[in-house]
Ligand binder design. Structure first.
Ligand SMILES: Cc1cc2nc3c(=O)[nH]c(=O)nc-3n(C[C@H](O)[C@H](O)[C@H](O)COP(=O)(O)O)c2cc1C
Length: 299
């Protein structure tokens, strides 16, 4: 019998398979395919203070090996989340992690405070790949001093696990070291990778906002690199994410040093992906007489 439970600091997950933010709605939408309570955790779409309508024009493109999205962080805002969405997820019987985003420091702190008292919210995942309005639109995560301030103040406000999500476009090792020193519980590696797509027929850039975020199988080797480096060099728990389409991909992330993994783009090609990856992972562990995913680490 294998032990699927994993701990993200004080949060015990029944298994290490989660949904990735922005690819699984709020969790209840996938109930028509399977009972999403079977997953180790649900990470919801990123929530901001006010509702955001997202970007105009093209929002998603399929390319070889993945997709590029320019959704623009569309979401209903924290008030609607608390009033309408929280009651709908009450029946989902697994850990619930709320992904938050901000355009300045105060917005992140406001959201963390609002979520801190809610029993249904087990942890927050902080998306720091957002444009920082006060710094002229530079990605929030690129300002190391701000990250230090943010992580310290979040830690003061939010008593449950805090997860910071990084992308390879950021100085992720430096960020992970700050997080470790400020008592952050885990790092999610990785968010989408900034990409450019050109429409050769129209002779224009494909997205109104110029860049989009690449996800799917094309980014898996990069995600594995980041997971390995952060787990090994920084020694903070890592949640692996990026191009996981099958249990074999998930096993690679555990071998690289991940404590748990998230399934993103795969949900779009097959809504049962996360469930199937969990089932297949269990069979793999059973067949290979491995008792826990932590035994898979190869270093
Ligand atoms: C359409 C779409 C929307 C996303 N929205 C968010 C989001 O709101 N917050 C966030 O932190 N990551 C978001 N992501 C990033 C994913 O959670 C994940 O980190 C990334 O897609 C890489 O994993 P994958 O290759 O398995 O999709 C989004 C990704 C996609 C494709």
């Amino acid at each position: 019998m294998n032990e699927l439970k994993v701990d993200i600091s004080t949060l015990r997950l029944k298994n290490p398979i989660m949904s990735a933010s922005g690819t699984f709605g709020f969790g209840y939408e996938f109930m028509e395919y399977y009972d999403t309570s079977v997953l180790g955790a649900i990470v919801c779409k990123g929530i901001s203070k006010e509702p955001r309508r997202g970007n105009y024009g093209n929002r998603i493109a399929e390319i070889d090996g993945g997709i590029i999205n320019s959704i623009g962080l569309e979401n209903p805002g924290i008030s609607e989340f608390l009033e309408k969405i929280l009651p709908m997820i009450k029946t989902i019987n697994t850990a619930y992690i709320v992904n938050i985003l901000g355009s300045d420091l105060d917005e992140y702190l406001y959201l963390a405070e609002k979520l801190s008292e809610l029993p249904r919210v087990d942890a927050i995942e902080v998306n720091i790949s957002c444009p920082n309005v006060k710094a002229g639109g530079l990605s929030f995560g690129k300002d190391i001093n701000l990250i230090k301030d943010l992580t310290r103040r979040l830690r003061d406000i939010f008593p449950k696990p805090i997860i910071i999500k990084v992308s390879p476009d950021l100085p992720y090792i430096e960020i992970a070291k700050i997080c470790r020193n400020e008592g952050i519980d885990a790092i999610t590696c990785i968010n989408t990778i900034q990409s450019l797509l050109i429409d050769v027929e129209k002779k224009t850039f494909f997205f109104n906002n110029l860049y989009g975020g690449l996800s799917g199988p094309a980014i898996k080797p990069i995600a594995l690199r980041v997971v390995y480096q952060v787990a090994k060099e920084v020694g903070i728990p890592v949640i692996g994410c990026g191009g996981i389409m099958s249990y074999k991909d998930a096993v690679e992330f555990f071998m690289a040093g991940a404590t748990a993994v998230q399934i993103g783009t795969a949900n779009f090609t097959n809504p049962l992906s996360a469930y199937e990856i969990l089932k297949d992972l269990m069979s793999y562990l059973e067949k290979n007489k491995i008792h826990s995913v932590s035994e898979l680490r190869i270093w």
